[in-house]
Design a protein around this ligand. Structure first.
Ligand code: SAM
Length: 368
């Protein structure tokens, strides 16, 4: 099996998979490979916070051109896997110079499957672009072709609580990944003082209560012909029985009244509204309420500002942390790398991560 993720979260995802009992875990670029049974596949879909989807590989071959690709796909016994009653979709990714058009590869793959069904039964299953029962993924790396089934369906990072967001929201998997990287003890206070649509606070509440992010959604594997419903409910109920009370305070603040409303709505949909201290306020008038909390900061990127102004703003943000969040840990993520350099504090660590395709820097500070 493999789990796709965002660049920069591979190690965190590997640790999450290990904690679920995955075997032979190997991290690649934006992907983690692991082994496990159906139960683990279900657990992974329900629980992993930093995965985008869980793929199950089932067919691998070599092809040097489109004809060979078509024939290899045509030869696979698709009728043993799904039937005319099911819908299917194909998503293709290509690397190397033999196959260069992913859409064309997807089309050839779809044609080969449809032609085989037509030959065998005179009819073909329908293609459904979104929410197909069988969502196939073909990945071609030079002449190596790998076919997998996407067991998740729509992305696991789309938790479903964020119907509205501010203009620059953090991906849910990224927010969860940063909280997991920070090794929060689930007891210390959490501050998200520029919380936008509330992603850090909501993800922290889910983590702090041991709530699996996927318990309210459906997955593609639940439409498969061999879906084991009994096993799924056993896994789900077992995970639900591990949900605990929140033992920490989580402060979600934003300066904008409009965002406050959005945070309330998102938190309510996620079922954690009453666990958050949601407050309208200015970061520059805020402070830590106890010793040893963690601050997650995702300030405005300042892309529309002159760089000198953005640097001055980030310097003030750093000064506020230094003065008012003494004894806290702080994690700051921003795509404005030049402005981050003016922060005025020495980071414990810094790394490149990607949010919504945008290169960002994640920096960790220990404040004394
Ligand atoms: C990049 S967005 C945060 C996005 C957030 N992480 C999310 O996932 O939705 C930056 C936020 O900082 C807020 N903000 C800007 N200046 C602020 C200030 N002085 N005090 C508090 N919030 C502020 C903006 O209203 C905006 O929502």
């Amino acid at each position: 099996m493999s789990a796709k993720t965002l660049a920069g979260l591979e190690q965190t995802l590997s640790e999450e998979i290990a904690s679920l009992g995955g075997a032979n875990i190997r991290a690649g670029k934006r992907i983690v490979f692991f082994e496990g049974n159906d139960e683990l596949m279900m657990k992974a879909n329900l629980s992993l916070r930093t995965a985008l989807n869980i793929l199950i590989p089932f067919y691998e071959f070599d092809a040097v051109d489109e004809e060979q690709l078509y024939e290899e796909i045509y030869d696979f016994p698709w009728e043993d896997m799904f039937s005319l009653r099911n819908t299917f979709s194909i998503q293709a990714t290509v690397a190397g110079d033999l196959f260069t058009h992913s859409k064309y590869v997807a089309l050839k793959t779809k044609d080969a499957i449809a032609d085989r069904f037509r030959k065998i039964s005179g009819r073909r299953p329908n293609v459904e672009v979104r929410n197909a029962d069988y969502q196939f993924v073909i990945h071609i790396n030079y002449n190596h072709c790998f076919l997998s089934l996407n067991s998740s369906g729509h992305g696991l990072d789309k938790r479903g609580y964020r119907l509205q967001s501010n203009e620059a929201p953090l991906n849910e998997a990224m927010a969860a990944g940063i909280i997991l990287k920070s090794k929060w003890d689930k007891l210390s206070d959490i501050y998200d003082p520029m919380s936008g649509s509330g992603t850090f606070g909501i993800e922290a509440a889910l983590i702090g209560t041991n709530t699996p992010p996927g318990i309210h959604r459906r997955f593609a594997f639940q439409t498969w012909n061999d879906y084991n419903q009994e096993l799924f409910y056993k896994v789900l109920n077992n995970l639900k029985s591990n949900i605990t009370e929140l033992k920490a305070n989580i402060y979600s603040k934003d300066i904008s009244h409009q965002n406050l409303e959005i945070i309330h709505q998102n938190a309510s949909r996620a079922g954690v509204e009453e666990l958050l201290e949601i407050e309208q306020g200015d970061y520059f008038e805020s402070e830590a309420k106890s010793i040893g909390g963690i601050v997650y900061l995702n300030p405005p990127y300042g892309e529309r500002m002159a760089i000198e102004d953005a640097k001055a703003e980030y310097k003030l943000i750093g000064d506020q942390l230094k003065k008012k969040y003494k004894s806290c840990d702080a994690w700051i993520i921003s795509s404005n790398i030049a402005a981050l350099k003016a922060f005025g504090l020495k980071p414990e660590s810094k790394e490149i991560v990607y949010n919504g395709g945008l290169e960002c820097r994640l920096q960790h500070y220990k404040l004394f």
